[in-house]
Every structure is written in structure tokens, then in C-alpha cells.
Design a protein around this ligand. Structure first.
Ligand SMILES: Cc1cc2nc3c(=O)[nH]c(=O)nc-3n(C[C@H](O)[C@H](O)[C@H](O)COP(=O)(O)O)c2cc1C
Length: 325
């Protein structure tokens, strides 16, 4: 049931951000530097745990993030992304490191969050579950998560397929916890629109690839800068799950973007093979054209904040006086 006006802990965290946005976790792209700079700039920073090649390296990364943010002025809360797919072999080891460093937010993906919610709540952390349709959203909600990350059409990497309008409307009919909306969101105006639609915050991945903090090669960053939505190909042929890829990177890997029929296999056990797929074939969402040059995380957050504020004031001014109450 919807409890008007009552915010849960996740919503309170999101309401305290400079702008209501999260730098989304990205395989082989987001690491400690991106997370630290995102949080110092006032939005949630996040990384997927497999980006640290071993649990020992994960321990070092989380120690570094904790230390850097403890001396920063008013940083935003940080997040880690935990793959909860049954084939992911490091789930238990990664969870132990999470319990040691207690990130304020854990984002689960590619499976049911049920088995990790209690452990994360036990230290006061909040759980956001990444979902692509209402069935999965309901399952995650019944597992006791604090927020749902609604991945809609146009998202980079593993994508959703629903219109964001439909997805937020439908989930808001029965869910009063936090909603984070992702998929093609790339400007401060878009972040404002996500709030206007009923989400608590926006989730931006692709926008943060062409940055000095991203762990990928420069050619990948440049390909994003040069791309438009025409260059994004949706296919499940690479990983077994529908994902958005840069057309030119498929061509460079010897694939035919217009004939991507073979369904890949979902398997997080073979991290090496998955690494290779994502290293050579580059993921990106439909919002690529918002990036005009390679930049850095804090400049992007500052730009998003300016765009967000101007969208808010422009729209308020255009409201007719009679509609303002
Ligand atoms: C290169 C890349 C890698 C990604 N890797 C992950 C991942 O490891 N875990 C995850 O939950 N989501 C991953 N995503 C999805 C993002 O977290 C997020 O849902 C998406 O970027 C939002 O859409 P946008 O790219 O249009 O902003 C990835 C996205 C990209 C572009």
C-alpha cells in the first residue's frame, strides 16, 4: 500500500544528494576513482564487485573508497553492485567483503536479492534491486528490498525494454519505496524528468564512460563521443541477456550487427570469457550523443546539476498562475 509522504531509508539517502542521480555500476569501467569522485561531487558512485579481479583486490578497493570518503566534505553515499545470478561463483566471498566495509547501498543485479537482503540490512545498509519488468520488480519487493532500479529501454549494457513512463507508472501503483530509473538518461533535464515521472532518482551509466576515471581504453571513450542512437544495437547474442552495444565495436570484432542471431549463454562462472566479450565488444546506451568530449566525473556532475536546476526553474515559470496551487 502507498504511504503518502513517508520516506524509507533509501529515499532519505537519495533525497540528500546534490542532484537525485547515481553513477551506475559498469563492468570493466567503474572503479574506486570513479566512485570516489562521483561521491565527492554529490551523487552516488558505484562499481560492480567483479571489476576487482579477486576478493583480496575488492578488499583493497573498498578500503581505499572508505578512507578517501571519510576525509571528504559531505560526500554522497557509495554503492557496490553485487551479481546475484546463481552462476556467479564469488557471491559469498564478495558478500563477506561487503559485510566488512558496510557500503551504505548495495545494488543487486541479474537474480533474486532474497538471500542477501537480511545480511545487508543487519549493518544498516540499503538494498536496491535492478529489475527489467514488473514481475521481477514484484519479486524483488517481496524479498524486502528498499528500492527498485527500473531499467527501461535504451539502457547501456544489459537493458530493459519497457517505456520508462509505463514502467514507473505501473510500479508506483503498488510500491511506495525508492524508485531509481535507468535507461538513456544523460542530461540534467532527463534527471528532472525522471523525478517528475515519480522516480526518486536517475541512474546514469553511459554518460560516465567518456571520462578520465573510466577504466576502459581511450578508443572506447572516443567511440561514445562520436556515436548517436543509430549506432546502438540491441542483442542477446553476446551474453545471453538483451544488451545494448556499439555497432562499430561489433564490426571491429568481426560480427555482423544486422545478423546477431546466436544466443549467448549466461555464465558468470567463466569470468575470463566474460571479460573478453566485454573487453572487445563495447556496451553503451541510446543516450550516447549527450557526450561531446572526454571529460571527468565532477565536470559532468556539475553540468548535470546546472541543467537540472534550469529545467526546474524553466518549467515552474511556464506553469500558468492558476495552475500553481
Ligand atoms: C559498459 C557497461 C557495463 C555495465 N555493467 C553492469 C554491471 O556490471 N552490473 C550492472 O548491474 N549493470 C551494468 N550496466 C548497466 C548500468 O548499471 C545501467 O543500468 C545502465 O548503464 C543505465 O543506462 P544508460 O547506460 O543508458 O545510462 C552496465 C552498463 C554499461 C554501459
Amino acid at each position: 500500500m502507498i504511504r503518502e509522504g513517508v520516506m524509507n531509508q533509501a529515499q532519505k539517502l537519495l533525497a540528500g544528494l546534490k542532484i537525485p542521480a547515481l553513477q551506475a555500476p559498469m563492468f570493466l569501467i567503474s572503479g574506486p576513482e570513479m566512485v570516489i569522485n562521483a561521491c565527492k561531487s554529490g551523487i552516488v558512485g558505484s562499481f560492480p564487485t567483479p571489476n576487482a579481479r579477486t576478493p583480496e583486490i575488492l578488499d583493497q578497493w573498498m578500503a581505499e573508497i572508505t578512507e578517501q570518503l571519510s576525509s571528504a566534505q559531505n560526500p554522497a553515499p557509495w554503492a557496490v553492485n553485487l551479481i546475484v545470478h546463481p552462476s556467479y561463483p564469488r557471491l559469498e566471498a564478495d558478500l563477506q567483503v561487503i559485510l566488512k566495509y558496510k557500503p551504505p547501498i548495495v545494488i543487486t543485479a541479474l537474480g533474486s536479492p532474497k538471500n542477501v537482503v537480511e545480511a545487508i540490512h543487519s549493518y544498516g545498509g540499503v538494498v536496491l534491486a535492478d529489475v527489467v519488468n514488473t514481475t521481477y520488480a514484484k519479486k524483488a519487493a517481496s524479498a524486502g528490498v528498499d528500492g527498485l532500479v527500473l531499467i527501461s529501454a535504451g539502457a547501456g549494457g544489459h537493458t530493459g525494454y519497457l517505456s520508462p513512463f509505463v514502467f514507473v507508472n505501473e510500479v508506483r501503483q503498488w510500491w511506495d519505496g525508492a524508485i531509481v530509473l535507468g535507461g538513456g538518461i544523460s542530461t540534467g533535464k532527463n534527471v528532472f524528468a525522471a523525478r517528475a515521472m515519480g522516480a526518486d532518482a536517475a541512474y546514469l551509466g553511459t554518460r560516465f564512460i567518456p571520462t578520465k576515471e573510466a577504466l576502459c581504453v581511450d578508443e572506447y571513450k572516443q567511440m561514445i563521443v562520436e556515436a548517436s542512437s543509430d549506432d546502438i544495437v540491441t542483442s542477446d547474442a553476446i551474453t545471453g541477456v538483451k544488451a545494448n552495444w556499439l555497432r562499430q565495436s561489433l564490426l571491429n570484432a568481426g560480427l555482423d550487427p544486422d545478423n546477431m542471431t546466436a544466443k549467448g549463454k549466461i555464465d558468470f562462472a567463466s569470468n575470463g570469457a566474460d571479460n573478453k566479450r566485454w573487453k572487445d565488444i563495447w556496451a553503451a546506451g541510446q543516450g550516447v550523443s549527450a557526450s561531446e568530449s572526454v571529460s571527468d566525473v565532477s565536470s559532468i556532475v556539475n553540468l548535470l546539476a546546472r541543467e537540472y536546476v534550469s529545467a526546474a526553474s524553466e518549467l515552474t515559470q511556464t506553469l500558468k498562475p492558476g495552475n500553481r496551487e
